[in-house]
Design a protein around this ligand. Structure first.
Ligand code: F6R
Length: 589
């Protein structure tokens, strides 16, 4: 939620430079944006509603500057207006801040400042930051004032601050991600690495409750104690092109197609590591799988996979609901957090709850160095590479692959699991060809004007039906719902009318007969049956073939739905990479 980025160095076009970096973070928020740059005695401020990628460098030029900070917003407090867009400033625009997260005690701080005569120009929680720093600047220098102010903010935040004429960027983190990039005599600080990946691979991670002062070096401090903290430089090995679209029209389709490789990468783990974690699962007194949105649906799929493969029960709870389950946690419990970004606030809160109860935490994350990665007892990286489209695709299937591998390892059959997943990866490679995509595009053309559609599945495909509905909703904006096939007759079947598209997820095995019967029930009420299945069945009006890969079927069954969602979005003239109202990384509760 919200991307923030600052630059300090010899380049003279700091404002444009920050804007360029922010375009790489736009997936984090895209309803408005802004930049502040140092002009010596005051700061230049430029804010706009809309997407930062619409910025035209020919039309809007900025004066020379070597220090700037900027923000791409996903609104939380206050509507989408220029006044609410960041950066926010003190009254004479000599101090500017950008903020990601929520200042939970902003009401109380605002009251205190209003009583002192401060006038607020926005409806945001963030503006208090600029005014509070200003207040402290009356009796101390900017660096000290910023440090004092940061101590007072409650909630999750990442903040960047600068002052006119002071060659310094101050960046503070409590809960929301912040990473420093070290260039050649220049410094970057951003909520995610792609903002500066073109310029350096040397990074330093801010941990929670830390602040960094960037001037002629990097100086880290603990926010609460004010004491200096030692940090090390980490070399990351991301390729620049993996964070770019290349020849694809959108990141979403690029990332769907990458699934030809990403399953291989996900399962390419040290056997000893997988076995060690499997042992932790086996000896745990209750295993809880936690995730939000798509990651939550992955957890549900894993519940079925663990039951089938390892004959083991795992509990599934969505991140935001997990605190209500804490009474079940014991020291010997294991919490497995599943997350692409490793920064989702609800999942992080679940981890905090687990840690308070002294339970062990395993994270399955894509973003290495993310908060979850660093705050867990164990961590498995799915190695899918940067996922930029808001709708998760390649991370989803990689998470399912790793959890399948763990289930096999729990049953002492790790190599069998690997063989199955390698075979599945090969079949995905065969499947993702242009003819396949055309077949799905043709279906999208057929159903694009429908107002509602449904997805049904049984057992592990029930979890995939729920995930399919998320994919369709978020990028096509068609009302879509997923159900367990058997549940339809208990109510939802009333929603089926003549021609209503209903996707039926089928895999061979003991669930096939039941789910096909459910499909017949829908067809008898006029539903248009789209079958995702290894073979064509008489009940299907439109068949999408998927390979028969046994228990790995959730991986192959979701891919055609990802493609369908993408093509529906494009046909309906939606931007699949940046769906309305959403953000890639949900760092607020
Ligand atoms: C949907 C989607 C979201 C995320 C959710 C959790 O396509 O991407 O539902 O799955 O916000 O995000 P992570 O996995 O980063 O914790």
């Amino acid at each position: 939620m919200c991307g923030i980025f600052a630059y300090l160095g010899p380049r003279k076009n700091a404002a444009e430079f920050v804007i360029h970096g922010l375009t790489k973070l736009e997936y984090r928020g895209y309803d408005s944006w802004g930049v502040a740059y140092d002009e010596g005695i005051k700061l230049g401020i430029y804010r706009q509603i809309g997407k930062i990628s619409d910025y035209d460098p020919v039309k809007t030029k900025f004066p020379e500057s070597t220090m700037a900070l900027g923000h791409s917003r996903w609104a939380t407090h206050g509507g989408v207006t220029v006044a609410n867009a960041h950066p926010h400033t003190n009254s004479d625009s000599t101090i500017a801040i950008v903020h990601n997260g929520i200042i939970e005690n902003f009401d109380e701080l605002k009251k205190e400042l209003v009583d002192k005569g401060y006038v607020f120009k926005s409806q945001t929680d963030s503006e208090v930051i600029a005014h509070l720093i200003n207040e402290y600047c009356k009796t101390m220098d900017f660096e000290k004032a910023a440090k004092e102010a940061m101590k007072r903010f409650e909630g999750r935040y990442a903040v960047l601050a600068m002052k006119a004429g002071e060659r310094k960027i101050i960046a503070a983190r409590r809960g929301s991600p912040l990473i420093v990039g070290i260039g050649n005599n220049e410094y970057f600080v951003a909520s995610d690495i792609p903002a500066f990946l073109e310029y350096t691979r040397k990074v330093m991670y801010l941990d929670d409750n830390q602040l960094v002062v960037l001037n002629n070096g990097t100086h880290f401090f603990d926010i609460t104690t004010g004491k200096p903290v030692e940090k090390r430089v980490v070399e990351i090995n991301w390729k620049t092109e993996s964070a770019e679209k290349g020849n694809f029209a959108h990141f979403m389709i690029k990332e769907i197609m990458e699934q030809k490789d990403t399953i291989y990468r996900a399962i390419n783990q040290e056997d000893s590591e997988i076995e060690k974690i499997a042992e932790e699962i086996k000896k745990a007194y209750g295993t809880f799988l936690i995730g939000c949105g798509t990651a939550g649906k992955v957890c549900l799929a894993a519940e079925y996979i663990f039951a089938k493969v390892a004959k083991r029960h795992v509990n599934v709870v969505v991140g935001s609901e997990f605190p209500s389950h804490q009474d079940f946690l014991k020291e010997k419990s294991l919490v497995i957090a599943v997350s692409q970004s490793g920064e989702t606030a609800d999942t992080l809160e679940a981890i905090e709850v687990a840690k308070k109860k002294k339970s062990k935490v395993l994270s399955i994350v894509n973003v290495e160095g993310s908060t979850m990665d660093r705050e867990s007892d164990y961590s498995l990286h799915i190695k899918a590479g940067p996922e930029k489209a808001v709708a998760s695709t390649k991370a989803t299937t990689s998470q399912i692959a790793i959890l399948t591998l763990l289930a096999y390892a729990c049953d002492g059959r790790l190599q069998e699991g690997k063989t199955l997943l390698i075979d599945t990866a090969g079949k995905i490679n065969d499947m993702l060809n242009p003819r396949y995509e055309e077949h799905i595009h043709a279906l999208a053309e057929k159903i694009q004007h429908h107002e509602s559609m449904y997805v049904i599945g049984k057992a592990v495909n029930y979890a995939i039906a729920l995930e399919a509905a998320i994919k369709l909703q978020e990028v096509s904006y068609i009302h879509a719902e997923g159900f367990a096939g058997g549940e339809l007759k208990h109510g939802p079947i009333a929603l089926i009318s003549e021609g209503t598209p209903c996707i039926v997820l089928v895999s061979n095995g003991d669930t096939r007969t039941d789910i096909l019967n459910n499909a017949r029930e829908v067809k008898a009420r006029g539903g248009f049956i789209i079958g995702v299945a290894p073979q064509n069945e008489e009940v299907f009006d439109y068949w999408i073939k998927v390979p028969d890969v046994g228990i790995a079927s959730p991986i192959v069954n979701i891919i055609p739905i990802q493609l369908l969602a993408y093509h529906l979005a494009v046909l309906r003239q939606n931007n699949p990479d940046m769906p309305r109202n959403l953000a890639k990384s949900v760092t607020v509760k």
